[in-house]
Design a protein around this ligand. Structure first.
Ligand code: HPA
Length: 285
């Protein structure tokens, strides 16, 4: 595996995918921990295992199936990732973001990215959906930015703008759909930590003080690469558990992966309804 992938790697993977489906997706959707159920609603589906796609990272975590499902959903042509690769699994930031580059090569213009996250905002409850208004690239600030390395100007600028990473128009559509369909929707700032260990009470206090509403172990690298290549992004977090430093300090609030997956089951139907509504607006159907 090269330290830095090039356009040729992305093009080869995109070319392989195009031999396995007649669809030409316009929207890519990344489904996070325990949130993969939406793929069952994709019509005329062509399913491709990540392990078949050249250089595609594999999923090693429970709740991530490792399948790319391409077809039609709510009037739109979509490519749905049922599970993603994370930095904590041992992948480089280049590998974690490889699928996003492949989607860009395929002509996908919009990315809908989802994740399971811990709620830091004291108003949040497990089972809430949070529209991502912005993110804090803490891991990137520490040096792990997926754009580190040679820049191919054909893919995007050396110093990409991140002032509107989460597309204001897509966020407005999501709010409108949520209001119309009676789906409660929070809005806030997502922060990524490398993981895989969960947060200490001092971590939680720090993350809240610096402005985060929800914390997880994904999404930020993918969104950084999406924006570098000019892809529009809508981000939605499923609040799987709440994090309160005070409770955690006395041992009442320890997060487990099982808890995250169980919350996914509750969240998934509302998340699916929200995504379907957004797709319907985007496709004008
Ligand atoms: N912390 C970090 N990542 C997470 C959490 C959490 O509490 N819940 C789901 N993903």
């Amino acid at each position: 595996m090269p330290e830095f992938y090039t356009r040729e790697h992305f093009a080869r993977a995109a070319e392989y995918i195009s031999t396995r489906t007649r669809h030409r997706p316009q929207v890519a959707i990344v489904l996070g921990s325990g949130l993969g159920g939406l793929v069952s609603e994709v019509e005329e589906a062509d399913t491709i295992l990540y392990s078949d796609i050249p250089d595609f990272p594999q999923c090693t975590v429970e709740g991530h199936m490792g399948r790319l499902v391409i077809g039609r959903l709510a009037g739109a042509c979509v490519a749905v990732m049922q599970g993603r690769a994370h930095y904590y699994e041992g992948y480089s930031m280049q590998q974690v973001t490889f699928p996003i580059r492949v989607f860009q090569q395929m002509g996908v213009g919009t990315l809908i990215v989802t994740n399971a996250a811990g709620g830091l905002n004291p108003e949040f409850r497990a089972g809430d959906l949070m529209l991502i208004a912005d993110h804090i690239n803490l891991v990137g600030m520490a040096g792990l930015n997926p754009l580190r390395g040679p820049n191919d100007p054909e893919l995007g600028p050396r110093f990409p703008d991140m002032s509107r990473a989460y597309d204001p128009e897509l966020r407005a559509i999501a709010r409108r759909v949520a209001a119309r369909e009676g789906i409660p929707l929070r809005e806030g700032v997502y922060i990524m930590l490398a993981g895989p260990s969960f947060e200490t009470p001092a971590d939680m206090r720090f993350l809240r003080i610096i402005g985060a509403d929800a914390v997880g172990m994904s999404t930020v690298p993918e969104v950084t690469v999406a924006r570098h290549g000019g892809t529009r992004v809508l981000g939605i977090s499923g609040i799987a558990n709440t994090l309160s430093p005070d409770l955690a300090a006395v041992g009442h609030d320890n997060t487990t992966h099982e808890e995250v997956l169980a919350a996914g089951k509750v969240l998934a139907p509302r998340l699916a309804a929200l995504i379907r509504g957004v797709l319907r607006e985007l496709s004008g159907t």
